[in-house]
Structures are given as structure tokens and as C-alpha cells.
Design a protein around this ligand. Structure first.
Ligand code: NDP
Length: 453
């Protein structure tokens, strides 16, 4: 089987050169699936894995727009339609300068497994652009979003492909894109999720990814008869996922001492309480400021700027019980993983996608800490997007309590599936293997039923 994995990966790398994040995401999954492929030789002869790593469709397009100085800018737009075996393509749009094919293919690949775990009928996709809204005026963001959607709108649809937000794409960007879709296509349908409440959005969607990552941590702790009450938590990022992870940690009695953005992090030994969290939400969602301003406002906090020369992120080097990486991929390197363990962290629940490098994942798994990989722990976001799609189809709005209860139920179900799949294959407590195997099983069964497509 080691040979099979090596040959498979060598072919994938040769066929997709330079797409390092994509290689990383596939390697982790293929390694976890070794035992499944041993027990099911029919999957190998049906070339299931070979089909799963080849997107059903990739769309790339030019996105021209004019900035506030009257200068023409040209960005590149993408949509990866990865796998539609169990439902329409579903997955976010990312607007960030480092977006390229390798990043989006890794995200789309992970999305297939994640969406399968949610128990809802959603295939996997991902898209975005190398455009970064940071530092742009609202008018520039609107012009970009309109140009982006003018092309994208011919490829997506409520029964085909339903994008959502991700890094750099929040309520403002979804609004501009939805407006343009409606204008060009002349139809008011649930073609995007993360919409505003008065035009088809769902209560709890903004909260869902962060809340879900905390619910997942609570489920993992429950296996040891523990709760989050009184636990000290490290959170990275200060965007959508991080903000609502902090809110739910506070609800469950935990204490959060860090938040970050791409310029550095704040450490607040006194804890980030609800008033301070409200300040962060205003700072990030309205004023679009930098996390450093938190330390300017609160004397209990210190700001530590990013220092690439260090080789590790000191955010992960504080005494704590739990960590919620909620910024971006590969933000926890091997040294960071060692520092987390050294500082007593024994719960890691990933709000971000693939935030831990493979060597760090190996350490967490071998040390048998409660490690919830992103494709399971952060699936609450897309699950609630699925609930938004259901409400749009029903033309009904569920209450906050109803959506939250469904989200909570889905996170419990995801946790249960991971535990059961890991147990079935003799890897008790290994949520990485559990998530990959459980996510794979449902998709592979559908692919086998549907023939060679
Ligand atoms: P936001 O754009 O709202 O926030 C992203 C945060 O991460 C910001 O604080 C940003 O800092 C920071 N960040 C981004 N890139 C880097 C980087 N290269 N280095 C350091 N910090 C960085 O995005 P979200 O909160 O929506 O997404 C965060 C993560 O969660 C991503 O991995 C995303 O894929 C994942 N995710 C999101 C879901 C959702 O529903 N939104 C669903 C599932 C997963 P700055 O302000 O400086 O850019």
C-alpha cells in the first residue's frame, strides 16, 4: 500500500506541478485511506481516487475593473467545480493576493469530504480571485465584485453551483455579487449563501463556522468527560471564524487570550471578554482596522508584530488548554505544534482550512491529543449554508434557535461519524483518519452508483 500511495502521489505531482498545497491536502487523505482501499479493491479498479483528484471542471477568467484613480486593474477569477457526486458544487470564494490554482484546488478537494460529513446533499467546489479587498474603498470592492460576477454568473446556479464566503469575502462582498447576479440573470434565487437576512440569508450563518469549531471541541472534550468551562484558549485570526469562535468559547465558560491578523497578534492575559470582542467586531467588520489597535485600546494586552526571522509564531507559545487556529493554511508549523504541546495544549480544533503542516498533524495524532482537523471541525459553516439553501427552497426562515439547534446537531453527527469511522478501521481517537474515511465513504458510494462520469 505504501507503494500505491507513493506512485499515486508521484503521478499527481507530475501532473499538477507547483501546486504544493493541493499535493499536501491529497497526501494526507490518501494516507488515511490506505486501509479502506485495502478492504475495497473495487475502489482501486474503479479509479476512484484518480477521479476524485481531477476536478470535474475548472473555470478561469479575466476580471477587469477600474480603481478610484481611474486606472484599469486586471485580476484573475477562478471556480473549481471539484465533485458533484452527492449534490451541487458548494464552497466558498476567497479574495486574497496569494490565491492561485494550487490553493483553490486544495480547498475544493477538502470541501468534498467536509460537505459529505455534514450529512447534507452538497458536492464540493471553491473559487475566488487574487484580488485583496484590504485597503480598497467600498466603491472599488463593488466594481471588482460586479466584474467578477458578470462572468461567474454563467457558470453557477441554485441547482448547479452555490458559492459562499471565505477569506476576504464577507457580507459586503456577497451583497455586491448577489446584486450583480440578480441584475444579469433576472432571477432572485439562492445562488449564493451568506446573504443578508432581509434578502434570503439565514440566521446563524455568520456565526456558524466559529460556533461549529467550538461545538466540535466540546464534543471531543466530552469523550473525556470534560467541558470548555475554565479552559484557556488561543485563537488566531480576527475575521469571521475567529470572532464567533471567541463568542462561543465565552458562552461555554472558556477564556480567550489571543487574536491575530496578518501583521501580528495580541496577547491579553486578562482575557478577551464580551466588551472587548464587540470592539474587535467593530474594528474588523466596520472600521476595517488592524488588530494592533486592540492593544492601543486595552492596557492589559500587548501587540507582537509578525517576525518571519523567528521561524515560529509566538502566538502558539503561551500556556493554554485549547487552540483554535482560525486564520489560514499552514499557520501552525512543526515548531508551533511542539510549542503548543509543551505549553499544555491538548485540544486543537481547526476553524481554518489545513492550518497545521503535516509534521504538526503527525505530532498531534501521535501524542493522542484531541485534534479536530478543519474538514470536520469547521464544517459548521458550510452546513449552515446548506440550511440557508433549504430555507431558500422552502421560502421560509427558521428562527435563530432552530438553526443553532440544527448546527449543533450536525456538529455532533460529524463528531460521531469521525469517531465511528476511526474505530471501524482500528484507529481509535484519530479524528484525521475518521474524517477522511467517513467523508470519503459517502462520496465513493455515490460515484460507484453513478458509473464512470
Ligand atoms: P476572514 O477574511 O474573515 O478573516 C481571515 C483572518 O485571517 C484575518 O484576521 C486575516 O488577517 C487572517 N489571515 C488571512 N491570511 C493570513 C495569512 N496569510 N497570515 C496571517 N493571517 C492571515 O476569513 P474567515 O474568517 O472567513 O476565514 C478564516 C479561515 O477559515 C480560512 O482558512 C477559511 O478557509 C476558513 N473557513 C472559513 C469559513 C467561513 O464560513 N468563513 C468556513 C470554513 C473554513 P488580515 O486582516 O491581515 O487579512
Amino acid at each position: 500500500m505504501v507503494d500505491y500511495v507513493n506512485i499515486f502521489m508521484a503521478r499527481l505531482q507530475a501532473k499538477n506541478p507547483g501546486e504544493t498545497e493541493f499535493h499536501q491536502a491529497v497526501q494526507e487523505v490518501v494516507e488515511s485511506l490506505s486501509l479502506v482501499l485495502d478492504r475495497h479493491p473495487e475502489y482501486r479498479s474503479a479509479k476512484i481516487l484518480e477521479r476524485m483528484v481531477e476536478p470535474e471542471r475548472i473555470i478561469t477568467f479575466r476580471v477587469p475593473w477600474m480603481d478610484d484613480q481611474g486606472e484599469i486593474q486586471v485580476n484573475r477569477g477562478f471556480r473549481i467545480e471539484m465533485n458533484s457526486a452527492i449534490g451541487p458544487y458548494k464552497g466558498g470564494l476567497r479574495f486574497r493576493d496569494n490565491v492561485d490554482l494550487g490553493v483553490l484546488k486544495f480547498l475544493a478537494f477538502e470541501q468534498v469530504f467536509k460537505n459529505s460529513l455534514t450529512t447534507l446533499p452538497m458536492g464540493g467546489g471553491k473559487g475566488g480571485s487574487d484580488f485583496d479587498p484590504k485597503g480598497k474603498s467600498d466603491l472599488e470592492v463593488m466594481k471588482f465584485c460586479q466584474s467578477f460576477m458578470t462572468e461567474l454568473c454563467r457558470h453557477i446556479g441554485q441547482f448547479t453551483d452555490v458559492p459562499a464566503g471565505d477569506i476576504g469575502v464577507g457580507g459586503r462582498e456577497i451583497g455586491f455579487m448577489f446584486g450583480q447576479y440578480k441584475r444579469v440573470r433576472n432571477e432572485f434565487v439562492g445562488v449564493l449563501t451568506g446573504k443578508g437576512l432581509n434578502w434570503g440569508g439565514s440566521l446563524i450563518r455568520p456565526e456558524a463556522t466559529g460556533y461549529g469549531a467550538v461545538y466540535f471541541a466540546a464534543e471531543m472534550l466530552a469523550t473525556r468527560n470534560e467541558t470548555l468551562d475554565g479552559k484557556t484558549c488561543l485563537v488566531s485570526g480576527s475575521g469571521n471564524v475567529a470572532q464567533y469562535a471567541v463568542e462561543k468559547i465565552l458562552d461555554l465558560g472558556g477564556k480567550v487570550v489571543t487574536l491575530s491578523d496578518s501583521s501580528g497578534y495580541v496577547y491579553d492575559e486578562a482575557g478577551i471578554d464580551r466588551e472587548k470582542l464587540a470592539f474587535v467586531m467593530e474594528l474588523k467588520n466596520v472600521k476595517r482596522g488592524r488588530i494592533k489597535e486592540y492593544a492601543d485600546k486595552y492596557s492589559s494586552a500587548q501587540f507582537i508584530p509578525v517576525d518571519p526571522a523567528k521561524g515560529f509564531n509566538p502566538l502558539w507559545d503561551h500556556k493554554a488548554d485549547c487552540a483554535f487556529p482560525s486564520a489560514t493554511q499552514n499557520e501552525v508549523n512543526e515548531q508551533d505544534a511542539k510549542n503548543l504541546l509543551k505549553n499544555g495544549v491538548y485540544v486543537v480544533s481547526e476553524g481554518a482550512n489545513m492550518p497545521t503542516v503535516p509534521a504538526g498533524v503527525t505530532l498531534f495524532v501521535s501524542e493522542k491529543i484531541l485534534y479536530g482537523p478543519g474538514k470536520a471541525a469547521n464544517a459548521g459553516g458550510v452546513a449552515t449554508s446548506g440550511l440557508e439553501m433549504s430555507q431558500n427552497s422552502l421560502r421560509l426562515n427558521w428562527t435563530r434557535e432552530e438553526v443553532d439547534a440544527r448546527l449543533h446537531g450536525i456538529m455532533k453527527a460529524i463528531h460521531r461519524q469521525c469517531v465511528e469511522a476511526a474505530d471501524t478501521y482500528g484507529m481509535k481517537g484519530n479524528y484525521v483518519a475518521g474524517a477522511n474515511i467517513a467523508g470519503f465513504t459517502k462520496v465513493v458510494d455515490a460515484m460507484m452508483d453513478q458509473g464512470v462520469v
